[in-house]
Every structure is written in C-alpha cells, then in structure tokens.
Ligand binder design. Structure first.
Ligand SMILES: C[S@@+](CC[C@H](N)C(=O)[O-])C[C@H]1O[C@@H](n2cnc3c(N)ncnc32)[C@H](O)[C@@H]1O
Length: 253
C-alpha cells in the first residue's frame, strides 16, 4: 500500500512504538547502573532523558522512591509511556512529557539523578553531559549509555555507518575523560551485553518490520528504511567485538 505523505521518521515511530525498548538495553543493565546510585529518597527528582516508551524508566521507578519525569520528543512514545505508568499504578510519582533533551524544562540544580539510555550520541557526549550537569544538584548522579569503541582498532565500515547516521563513536577512555573534565567524578562504566542488542532490540524490531513489509507491500521507502536497519544488524554481527553500548556513571562534583 502506498502512503505518499509517509516519511522515514513516521516509519521509525511505527516500527518502534510497539517495542518494549527503542534501543539496546535490558532491565539487568539498568539495575546494575542503578546500583551505583546511593542518594535517592522520597523527595528525589529523577529525569529520564530520551525515555521512549519507558522500558528502562519503569524499571527505575519500580526500584527507587522519588519522582521521575520522562522526556522524549515523540508524542506517540510519551502517550504509551503514560499508559504504562497507569498500568503499573505509578501516576503519583512518574510522568512522561514531550520535550527536547537539549532544552530541558527543569530548574538549575533541581535533579538528583539524570538517566539517559541510547540518546546521547545523537547530541554529542561532551555537549550533552556539559549541559545536563547544570540541572544536577551537587552530589547528583548521571547514568548514560553511549555507543563507544571497545578496542583501539576502529573499523572504517563501522565508523562510516555511525557518522552517516549523524553520530560517531569515541573510546571509553575519552568519554571518561570528558566526564572528568565537565564537572563529574567518574564512578563506573561497563559494556552492555550482546543480548541487549540482539534478543532485546534487533529481534523484536525485525518482527515489527516484517509486519510493516506486509502492510506496505511494494513501498520502496519502507523497503529502503528496513534495508538500513538490516545493515545495522549485519555490521553489529560482524564487528561486535570492536564497539558496543557502554554505561557511564558519574557524580556531580
Ligand atoms: C534509541 S531511542 C532510546 C529509547 C529508550 N531510552 C530506550 O533505551 O529504549 C532514543 C530516544 O530518544 C529520543 N530523542 C532523540 N533525540 C531527542 C531529543 N533531542 N530530545 C528528546 N528526545 C530525543 C527519541 O525520540 C527516542 O525515543
């Protein structure tokens, strides 16, 4: 079926809206990062930036006390986020709002914890951690995932893919230095498991895209969109020892 007004961005939303997560990750990895955070109480304010439909936010909410605000630029994702909040009876302390993570609706030094999985590379690691630092209280935590090089060797095929996607990878060492130079004490970092990519993200995305191919049979834009995602899977399968998502945890000095 042809839909002349459909864009690649619409396809991205349609592919991801029914998934538990919109990027690589897992409840176990979220919990591991959360285990480094020791400053939360009932009065705490936590922001989950680029929360998507809230896969990781609900894990954080069920394992912390305090208030959580999820921020994402896609209203359809925030609608699902808030439906998930209701289903889990978390409305009294968790809310999803539409907004930009580059123009936060918070006061300076208001937050106890900034969480962000799968968003920062699109903005730039240094730019984002510098800007977000201003919204954290002294002693507040930052926990972010960012695709990073895992070895000194950086295959050009992978580099080109990420640069073309509007991002780019840096080494773990460089990202840690950036944290240390932008007002954080480095607390920990660890690499997300392969399962986070393959079982938790690529497999459900492929299933959603199979349905899209049936729904929009013969639509060249849909085929091109899905081809781009297939390429991402192919590259990860071939080069996964060289790059991966890394969790970085810092504490505002
Ligand atoms: C890779 S997905 C990750 C979603 C979720 N955190 C997860 O890990 O499942 C990135 C999310 O960030 C959102 N996003 C990207 N850039 C943004 C921006 N500048 N402001 C707000 N949201 C943004 C996208 O809409 C998308 O939901």
């Amino acid at each position: 079926m042809e839909n002349k007004n459909m864009t690649m961005f619409d396809l991205l939303i349609e592919t991801h809206i029914g998934l538990k997560r919109q990027g690589p990750g897992s409840p176990e990895m979220t919990m591991r990062a959360l285990s480094f955070v020791d400053n939360l109480n009932e009065e705490s304010y936590i922001a989950d930036l680029g929360c998507g439909t809230g896969g990781q936010t609900m894990v954080i909410a069920q394992n912390t006390i305090g208030h959580i605000i999820g921020v994402d630029m896609i209203p359809n994702f925030i609608d699902i986020f808030n439906q998930n909040v209701k289903q889990l009876h978390l409305e009294n302390r968790v809310t999803g709002i539409v907004g930009s993570v580059e123009e936060l609706p918070f006061k300076k030094e208001e937050l106890d914890l900034i969480w962000s999985e799968g968003v920062i590379d699109g903005i730039g690691f240094e730019k984002a951690v510098t800007y977000w630092n201003g919204f954290l209280k002294k002693g507040g935590y930052l926990a972010v995932t960012c695709p990073s090089w895992l070895t000194d060797e950086c295959p050009s095929e992978v580099e080109k893919f990420w640069v073309d996607a509007g991002s780019g990878l840096d080494s773990i060492e460089n990202n840690i230095s950036i944290l240390q130079n932008t007002g954080y004490r480095f607390i920990s970092s660890f690499t997300l498991s392969e399962e986070c990519w393959i079982q938790n993200y690529f497999a459900p995305r492929e299933a959603a895209e199979k349905s899209l191919l049936e729904k929009y049979s013969g639509n060249q834009m849909v085929e091109a969109y899905i081809e781009g995602d297939r390429r991402e899977v192919e590259l990860y399968t071939k080069y996964k020892q060289y790059y991966g998502y890394v969790f970085y945890i810092g504490k505002k000095i």
